[in-house]
Ligand binder design. Structure first.
Ligand SMILES: [Zn+2]
Length: 552
C-alpha cells in the first residue's frame, strides 16, 4: 500500500514538473482555464439535490424518478444544450412493462419416482416476476449443463450430447476459470446464457452459484431485492425487449437449494464444482422433474432518458457523436435493516450525473467548440438491467453509425482525494490511448481494473453500446489516495461492503472536492480528446468485442 502511494506521488510530481512543456493535446493547448473551471463543489450541489430524501431514491417508473428527470431537463436547458430526445425535447420517453413477483404465489417442487421435495422460497431459491403470462406453472425435466455456454473460441460446448428442448437447465454461475477476463465477462452474463437457452428451446434456467461466487456475494445480499419490480422496455409490437418470456421455469438457488436438487438426483455437487473449475464439461439428465409456479403483478409504466447535445465545430466531423452517459435512476424505497428505507444513491449514481452535467457546462463555456458533436444522456432503468441504454441504442435519436464512442460514468466513489482512475474496457480500443493522454494532462494515474473477476465492463450501460459495435469505456475512481493519512483501498472496500445498494449510500458519506475534480476533469479532457482527434475511435485488431459486435 505504502509503496504504491510513493510511486503515485512520484508520478504526480513528475507530471506537475513537466507541465510547462507542450503537451500532446494539439488543439487543446488553451484548455487549462476550462479544465480548472470545472468545480467539485458544483458536482456536489447536483448530488445534494438528486440524492436528497425528497427524490426518494429515483426508482425508474416512479414520479420520484420523474422529479430527478425534471431537474436534468432544467439544467440541460439552462446550460444551453440542444435537445436530442424525442420530438425536439430533451425527453426520450420509453414504455415499459413492470413486473413484480407475487411472493405468496411462488412454489418450486422437485421430484422423481420415489420422492418429492418442496424448495423453500428465500431459503432455497429466489426468483423475480415474469414478463409473459401473469400466472405461470411449468413442469419439466431438469438437465445439468455446466456453465450453460457455447464458446467456439475455446471449443467449449456445454450442450454437447444432451437434448435440452422443453427442459429446464440447471447451470453454474459464471464461466470457466481458464477463459480470459473478456470472454468470461461475456459468457458469464445471464443475458448471454438466456439467449443461448432460448435458441435451444429451453423452458427455464435454474442458476446455482459456484463456491467462488458464493464467497463474493453471500446469499443474504440477494434477499433485500426480492419482490422489487423488474422492467423491460416494450417494442412497437408491445413485446418486452429481452423479456425472455419462454423461460418460465427460472430461479436462482442457494447452497441449501442446490444440495436438495443434487441429493435427489444422486450426484455429488462438490465433485461437479471441481470438475468445472478445471474447465471440463459434463452435462447430463438429472433424472428429476421440477414444477415451478408464480404470479406476477404487471403494469405498463413510462420513464424517460434525458438527452441533449453540443454541436461540433467541424463542418464534416460534427455529424459524428461522442456520447457521455450516466444512469439517473437508483433503486428507490426498499425495506431493509434499520429505519431508513430510502436508497438515496449518492454515489450510485448522483455522482455520475453531477459529473456529466458539469462536463457539459465546461464544454459549453469554450470559445472554440470541439470538432465532433457531443451527446449527454441521463439514462433510466439501469438498475433494472441496463434498460435505458438498451432502448437508446435500439432507438437512437441520431444514426447509430454516427456514434463513435461512449464514455459511461457509473458510481465513482469520491469519498477521498483519489489520485488514480480506471477505464473499464479501454484496453479494447484506441480509447486506451486517449485515456493515457487525458490522465497525463490532469496528473491522474491511469490504473487497471483491480477486480477483473467482477467483470464490470459488461455490467453497466457502456455494454449496450459495445453490443452495437461502438468503442466504449466506463470511468471509475480508483483507490490511490493523495492524502497519506487515508487508505483508499480501505475506503472503497468499506463503501462496496457497507453502503453499495444500501440506504447509507447517501449524503452523509465523505466527499472529496479534490478527488472529484481530478476525476471529473479527466472525464472532460478525455471527451475533448476523442471529439477532436483526426481519427475516430476504433477497436483493436482481433479484439474479442470488436470482432463480435462491430459491423464488418
Ligand atoms: Zn449504478
Amino acid at each position: 500500500m505504502f509503496k504504491r502511494f510513493i510511486i503515485g506521488l512520484f508520478l504526480i510530481s513528475l507530471v506537475a514538473c513537466s507541465k510547462p512543456a507542450p503537451n500532446k493535446l494539439d488543439y487543446l493547448e488553451n484548455i487549462d482555464s476550462i479544465v480548472m473551471g470545472l468545480k467539485g463543489t458544483n458536482v456536489r450541489q447536483h448530488m445534494n439535490i438528486l440524492a436528497s430524501d425528497e427524490m426518494q431514491g429515483r426508482e425508474a417508473g416512479t414520479e420520484n424518478y420523474d422529479k430527478a428527470a425534471q431537474y436534468l431537463i432544467q439544467n440541460f436547458s439552462d446550460l444551453g444544450l440542444q435537445p436530442l430526445g424525442s420530438g425536439g425535447s430533451f425527453k426520450q420517453p420509453i414504455r415499459f412493462i413492470e413486473s413484480r413477483l407475487d411472493t405468496e404465489s411462488t412454489a418450486m417442487r422437485i421430484y422423481n419416482d420415489d420422492r418429492s421435495v418442496d424448495l423453500i422460497f428465500k431459503d432455497d431459491y429466489i426468483r423475480s416476476g415474469g414478463f409473459g403470462n401473469v400466472s405461470e406453472k411449468i413442469t419439466a425435466p431438469l438437465v445439468f449443463v455446466g456453465y450453460g455456454i457455447i464458446a467456439p473460441e475455446y471449443n467449449h460446448d456445454d450442450f454437447e450430447g444432451v437434448n435440452v428442448k422443453d427442459k429446464i437447465l440447471v447451470v453454474l454461475s459464471g464461466a470457466p476459470p481458464n477463459f480470459n477476463t473478456d470472454q468470461r465477462a461475456f459468457y458469464s452474463s445471464s443475458r448471454t446464457k438466456a439467449e443461448i437457452a432460448i435458441a435451444k428451446g429451453v423452458s427455464g434456467i435454474i442458476s446455482l452459484r459456484t463456491p467462488v461466487d458464493q464467497k463474493r456475494r453471500p446469499w443474504a445480499r440477494y434477499l433485500p431485492g426480492v419482490g422489487s419490480p423488474g422492467m423491460r422496455w416494450l417494442n412497437k409490437d408491445n413485446e418486452p425487449h429481452n423479456g425472455y418470456i419462454q423461460l418460465q421455469g427460472s430461479a436462482t438457488i442457494s447452497q441449501t437449494g442446490a444440495k436438495k436438487i443434487f441429493e435427489l438426483s444422486g450426484h455429488d455437487l462438490d465433485q461437479i464444482f471441481n470438475l468445472h473449475a478445471d474447465g471440463l464439461t459434463n452435462s447430463f439428465d438429472m433424472g428429476i422433474t421440477a414444477t415451478l409456479e408464480r404470479s406476477s403483478n404487471q403494469r405498463e409504466v413510462l420513464s424517460s432518458n434525458i438527452v441533449g447535445f453540443i454541436e461540433g465545430s467541424d463542418p464534416i466531423l460534427r455529424s459524428q457523436y461522442v456520447i457521455y452517459t450516466a444512469h439517473l435512476d437508483h433503486i428507490g424505497i426498499r425495506t431493509g435493516k434499520g429505519n431508513d428505507h430510502i436508497h438515496n444513491g449518492a454515489y450510485d449514481n448522483a455522482a455520475g450525473i453531477g459529473s456529466i452535467i458539469e462536463i457539459a457546462s465546461s464544454i459549453l463555456s469554450m470559445d472554440e467548440r470541439p470538432r465532433r458533436s457531443i451527446i449527454f444522456a441521463a439514462l433510466t432503468a439501469e438498475e433494472k438491467g441496463l434498460q435505458g441504454s438498451s432502448y437508446f441504442v435500439k432507438n437512437p435519436t441520431v444514426p447509430i453509425e454516427s456514434l463513435v464512442a461512449n464514455i459511461n460514468i457509473d458510481m465513482p466513489y469520491l469519498g477521498f482525494p483519489v489520485a488514480d482512475i480506471h477505464a473499464f474496457g479501454a484496453e479494447h480500443s484506441s480509447l486506451y490511448g486517449a485515456m493515457e493522454r487525458a490522465t497525463q494532462y490532469i496528473g491522474m494515474q491511469f490504473t487497471p481494473d483491480p477486480l477483473p473477476e467482477e467483470v464490470r465492463f459488461v455490467r453497466s450501460d457502456q455494454f449496450s453500446f459495445v453490443k452495437e459495435g461502438i468503442p466504449a469505456l466506463a470511468l471509475k475512481a480508483g483507490t490511490i489516495s493523495s492524502d497519506i493519512n487515508i487508505d483508499g483501498d480501505k475506503e472503497l472496500d468499506n463503501f462496496l461492503k457497507n453502503h453499495y445498494h444500501q440506504p447509507t449510500d447517501d449524503l452523509n458519506l465523505p466527499f472529496s472536492i479534490e478527488g472529484t475534480e481530478r476525476f471529473v476533469r479527466t472525464g472532460l479532457v478525455l471527451g475533448l480528446i476523442i471529439a477532436n482527434d483526426e481519427q475516430k475511435p476504433s477497436w483493436n485488431t482481433d479484439d474479442f468485442f470488436g470482432d463480435k459486435f462491430a459491423p464488418k
